[in-house]
Design a protein around this ligand. Structure first.
Ligand SMILES: [Zn+2]
Ligand SMILES: [Zn+2]
Ligand SMILES: [Zn+2]
Length: 483
């Protein structure tokens, strides 16, 4: 952001760059655009703009001005404006959380997610440190099977090949329930059905669409299990303790979401309060397992699909987190945060919304994903399931939930972390010299993206440099044995 004092906002506007034609002939044709950029008198300001947004891949540009007015005299104490900047506008980060859309902003988002998860486990960001002493459990809840799929070999069994875990050698359609291969990681076949005709596509997309509601049902069950364990009538359990959690959704190769979550028990009033002594981490871990097994969500019946009942898969894991051995808070936070910048990439889905059926063929990378996306459109058009929003979430294979959700009291919020950064920025000059001032801002959207391919390439170079420096810093820290 260009900052000026008084009314000289426009004086730093540079004349358009005119590269010296003699020097240009010495530059290979493919480098000329780059040479022209570097020889612009305002190039340092352009580079500063790139750094200001952390070399965001697709910045949003605003034009306008902010005035700081002294309340007592009505005088303009200082002003900053986009008028003096290289393109007459200032860039802001795109804030896209997906790594496939913006490497820079997705990293910022992952950093915030890490802070949120960690604060809930060990305090900080407004959360009392004493939460580290509360019962904490780390859990993974998966989806059930909707048909046999190609799978990776079990690393513990060297001669394991891809085959359906149980059942007959051939399905009702005569398709072999094994392919006898040992799929390498990254093989597009992993997660695809052995027999497409056997695979329950409507059940699959309905599960993704209802997964968040099923989760909410599981949390209700969890309160009831804890009530039973503590010998407390169900209506009173929320007056005895509170279950706080942060949950991250991850796509498996087969295109189903599963959940990783950190649970914490608090007292009923506040997160600084401990839960009753009988509510231990071990008891909570057992109760999560029981609640996840018992949770059922009945969807409306239709002639086409019948009456689907959603439930979690058998592969579930819940174990207490013990914070006083090593650094599990950091590791657990890092483990959860690493999923939030992903969309459906691991399931070969699309990273942007699909607004019409005709886009599916081009955007889906596998037959399986194509079939799932078509199912989202078809099932989503049935009246009882319209409210699930399957149309809208076709690119997410039906799942419309957030990548990271949490209970209100678990930790801080993304908004609060962003505000803290914004406050830090706005504490920079222009100064008001201790006077009471009013801020008068007038900004409007100008465009999105870097103004030229060459500048976008320059930004990509800066991104690489930032990444390289980060790795060097990390290496130095590791070398010192620092944490
Ligand atoms: Zn960005
Ligand atoms: Zn296979
Ligand atoms: Zn079959």
């Amino acid at each position: 952001m260009s900052q000026t004092t008084g009314s000289d906002a426009a004086t730093s506007t540079n004349a358009p760059a005119v590269p010296n034609p003699d020097r240009l002939t010495l530059v290979p044709i493919e480098d000329r655009a780059w040479f022209e950029l570097l020889s612009r008198p305002d190039y340092p300001a352009i580079e500063q703009q790139i750094y200001d947004v952390g070399a965001c891949e697709n910045p949003v540009w605003l034009s306008g001005r902010t005035l700081l007015v002294a309340v007592a005299t009505g005088e303009i104490v200082s002003s900053w404006s986009s008028a003096g900047t290289p393109f007459g506008a200032i860039p802001l980060r795109c804030m896209n959380r997906r790594a496939t859309r913006c490497a820079s902003c997705s990293r910022l988002y992952a950093g915030d997610a890490f802070q949120l998860v960690r604060a809930g486990l060990s305090g900080g960001k407004g959360v009392p440190d004493t939460v580290a002493g509360h019962p904490l459990v780390f859990a993974t809840l998966t989806a059930p099977s909707f048909g046999p799929v190609h799978r990776r070999p079990n690393p513990d069994r060297p001669r394991d090949v891809c085959r359906a875990r149980r059942g007959k050698p051939r399905c009702a359609h005569g398709v072999a329930m094994t392919c006898q291969q040992q799929h390498e990681p990254g093989d597009l076949l992993i997660g695809q059905p052995l027999c497409v005709a056997c695979y329950d596509y409507p059940g699959h997309v309905l599960w993704n669409a209802g997964a968040s509601a099923l989760w909410a049902r599981m949390v209700d069950f969890l309160y009831w299990r804890l009530a039973r364990a503590g010998g407390i009538p169900r209506p009173y359990i929320r007056r005895t303790l509170r279950i706080e959690y942060v949950r991250v959704a991850e796509y498996q190769a087969r295109g189903l979401v599963h959940f990783h979550a950190a649970f914490r028990l608090d007292g009923p009033e506040d997160r600084s309060q401990e839960p009753p002594a009988w509510a231990t981490a071990e008891l909570l871990a057992d109760a999560i397992g029981q609640a996840a097994s018992a949770a059922r969500l009945r969807l409306a019946e239709t002639v086409e699909i019948g009456a689907p009942v959603l439930h979690f898969g058998r592969q579930l894991d819940a174990r207490p987190i013990v914070l006083d051995t090593g650094l599990p808070a950091e590791r657990a936070a890092g483990y959860l945060a690493k999923y939030v910048t992903k969309g459906t990439e691991d399931a070969h889905g699309a990273d942007r919304p699909i607004t019409h059926r005709s886009q599916i063929a081009a955007l889906a990378r596998t037959e399986h994903v194509r079939a799932l996306m078509y199912s989202c459109r078809t099932v989503g058009a049935l009246a009882p399931y319209e409210a699930l929003g399957l149309h809208r979430w076709t690119h997410m294979l039906g799942f419309g939930g957030q990548p990271l959700t949490k209970t209100r009291r678990y930790s801080s919020t993304f908004a609060a972390l962003r505000q803290a950064r914004a406050d830090f920025r706005s504490t920079q000059p222009p100064s008001s010299d201790g006077q009471e001032t009013l801020r008068d801002s007038l900004w409007r959207y100008a465009w999105q993206g870097w103004p030229s391919v060459t500048i976008a390439e320059q930004a990509a170079g800066v991104r690489e440099a930032i990444e390289h420096n980060r790795e060097v810093a990390r290496g130095t820290a590791d070398g010192r044995g620092a944490v």
